[in-house]
Design a binder for this molecule. Structure first.
Ligand code: ADP
Ligand code: MG
Length: 396
């Protein structure tokens, strides 16, 4: 190894923004038999950030986490921790701890001894164990619970014990694999906020795995959207929601109207039989004057229901469902395009309406393998496509 390489070992690498990367992952590939579950996974994790791997079941989230933890090895690719390759570092020597959905607590030990377990093994002096356990229990909101037995705890409290046990070793990075999956909705929402606060307080990097898009949006500094072992997009929750890279991400992150369209010049897009002003320029590879195909995404809350008018998308209300805060309204336009709209003012089925959209709420995406059919509509079109693909592969 050259002198220069020796020098940069064990340091955090800053990126263009000046942020330091605690972990860098490059071209990770992993197969089980013929099934390639990770395909060139590449990303970095900034020091002290809350980063989330988000995607449907089976997309490779847990496999990625297990490789970072050292419970699994990749077929190829690199995992660097502070610029040091982790390949030959065993799991227990990494400054990384994992919290699983299944808490794996010891039922015959009380809360204190569950949390203290790792410290006892390391023969940490009793006074220090006492202090560290009490501090960890306070951090997870369980001060005073030390003498309770595991079967006297609720699911949420058990998960807190599991987190206390993981942070007691003072890891630099905490990996959390769907840790709230077993909790009911109300407890999950509370724990989401508390986990985020814990992460800030502890100053530890959290790598979180979930298939729940709302959870990811609520908690994360950065979200990585995965599908079938491929990263689809990396960004802040706001980026991912407002600027989805393709129809898959747009559909997975919240409800959307995803409509095939064309652009022949900057700031103008045609879809659903209408032409609209937008705030996007042609993509670099597009030619001015040609009908370049694009996908258009419009969130249902960005469409407004007004009266019919010549320059609006006119149509008939087909259904109205009350969703608590807003109504979910389906409108079929006169040229047979279905629109999903969220509005707080009720309308009635059969009512004639005119829809409007602001230019900066029209988001243009490149065509992708996830694009809707030429006459397809949003969510349904993507789902139908996935179903077709599944049937094809089942028949293969
Ligand atoms: P996720 O956590 O996103 O739900 P996983 O990373 O657990 O997905 O799994 C990704 C794919 O790898 C799935 O198809 C799963 O069945 C497969 N898989 C995971 N672990 C193993 C294993 N030990 N042996 C064989 N296949 C596995
Ligand atoms: Mg998993």
């Amino acid at each position: 190894m050259s002198e220069k390489e020796t020098k940069i070992q064990g340091q955090l690498l800053p990126d263009k923004t000046g942020a330091e990367h605690i972990i860098e992952i490059k071209d990770l590939c992993k197969s089980y038999d013929d099934n390639q579950v990770l395909k060139n996974i590449t990303f970095y994790i900034r020091n002290n950030e809350f980063i989330t791997l988000l995607g449907p079941s089976g997309c490779g989230k847990s496999t990625t986490l297990r490789i970072i933890a050292g419970f699994e090895t990749a077929d190829s690719g690199i995992v660097n921790f502070e610029n040091k390759n982790l390949l030959n570092v065993p799991a227990h020597k990494r400054q990384i701890n994992t919290v699983f959905q299944r808490y794996a607590l010891f039922p015959h030990l009380n809360v204190f001894d569950n949390v203290a377990f790792g410290l006892h093994i390391k023969k940490v002096p009793a006074a220090e164990v006492e202090e560290r356990v009490q501090k960890a229990l306070t951090t997870v909101g369980l001060a005073g619970y030390g003498k309770r037995y595991i079967d006297q705890l609720s699911g949420g409290q058990m998960q807190r014990v599991a987190i206390a046990r993981a942070i007691i070793n003072r890891p630099r990075v905490l990996l959390l694999d769907e840790p709230l999956g077993a909790l009911d909705l109300k407890m999950r929402k509370e724990m989401q906020i508390e986990l985020k606060e814990m992460q800030r307080e502890l100053g530890i990097t959290f790598v979180y795995v979930t298939h729940d898009q709302e959870e990811a949006l609520t908690m994360s500094d950065t979200i990585i959207v995965m599908k079938d072992g491929v990263i689809q997009q990396i960004g802040t929750p706001i980026d991912i929601y407002n600027e989805p890279k393709n129809a898959y991400v747009a559909d997975f992150i919240g409800e959307s109207n995803i409509i095939p369209g064309t652009m022949s010049k900057d700031f103008v897009v045609s879809f659903g039989g209408h032409t609209f002003e937008c705030v996007d320029k042609l993509f670099d590879e597009f030619k001015t004057g040609e009908a370049n195909p694009v996908d258009v995404v419009i969130r249902p809350e960005d469409i407004y229901v007004k009266e019919e008018a010549e320059d609006r998308i006119n149509g008939t209300v087909e259904s109205v469902v009350f969703k608590g805060v807003h109504y979910e309204i389906m409108v079929k336009s006169d040229n047979e395009v279905d629109w999903m709209v969220h509005d707080v003012d009720p309308v009635v089925v059969g009512q004639r309406v005119g829809l409007t959209v602001d230019p900066d709420d029209i988001h243009i995406m490149r065509k992708s393998e996830f694009s809707p059919d030429p006459d397809g509509f949003g969510v349904k079109a993507v789902e139908a496509k996935e179903k077709d693909a599944k049937e094809d592969s089942d028949n293969a």
